[in-house]
Design a protein around this ligand. Structure first.
Ligand code: SF4
Length: 209
């Protein structure tokens, strides 16, 4: 479902920003129509297709990066994105996951962890907690303990649905994930979530050791 602004007269926080998915060039403008025009000209001059619904695509892109209460996003997803997780909640969730991981110490392949990280980066639930300045120490601790990392670690934040640092569970095997994840929470993750797909479809998780 393409999201729209609840009130198009209100400028979104941070302004009208868009990153072209093909060239990865970023654009900003004071008005939506100016932003659409910039992107249209950019794509046309690079001989890329200009979709007829480009304004809707750009509006949807922005809506997925601003508070859902400013958009037409359904209430169920809003609940999690507007969740205000404290550092303590994230610490507890991450500690439970790490405890389960320590039973085997197994991780998935680098390729699989990178794939998962890329999914998280595009996800609306990869978000700062209320105490994110303090999350850095937790993130560093997780990386040091697990001894694994990805190029995307800097941009990985907290999973608002799982209440876990994303740098931790992206490396965990299906068996470990199932040891600490309540089945009732799985369908709260978006359909594009790697974890939800793993639980529902049982795709290979690339375990190497
Ligand atoms: S819901 Fe899934 S894809 Fe989104 S941040 Fe959490 S683990 Fe990553």
């Amino acid at each position: 479902m393409m999201l729209k602004f609840k009130d198009p007269r209100i400028t979104p926080p941070g302004g009208y920003i868009y990153q072209d998915p093909d060239t990865e060039q970023k654009f900003g403008a004071c008005y939506l129509k100016d932003l659409v025009e910039k992107v249209r000209v950019h794509r046309a001059s690079n001989e890329l297709e200009v979709p007829p619904n480009l304004p809707a695509i750009i509006e949807d892109y922005i809506c997925k990066r601003i508070p859902p209460s400013m958009t037409t996003e359904p209430a169920r997803e809003q609940d999690f994105r507007e969740r205000r997780l404290t550092l303590e909640t994230v610490r507890r969730g991450t500690q439970i996951a790490m405890k389960a991981w320590k039973r085997t110490g197994k991780t998935v392949s680098k390729k699989e962890a990178k794939r998962r990280a890329q999914v998280c980066l595009k996800c609306i639930f990869n978000t700062d907690s209320t105490a994110c300045a303090s999350c850095h120490g937790l993130k560093t601790g997780v990386r040091d303990t697990m001894g694994v990392k990805t190029d995307d670690d800097k941009a990985l934040k907290v999973c608002m649905v799982s209440a876990i640092m994303n740098v931790s569970h992206i490396h965990m095997t299906e068996k470990t994930l199932k040891a600490f994840t309540a089945p009732s929470i799985i369908d709260k993750h978006p359909e594009s979530c790697w974890k939800r797909i793993l639980f529902e479809e049982g795709v290979s998780d690339g375990t190497t050791n």
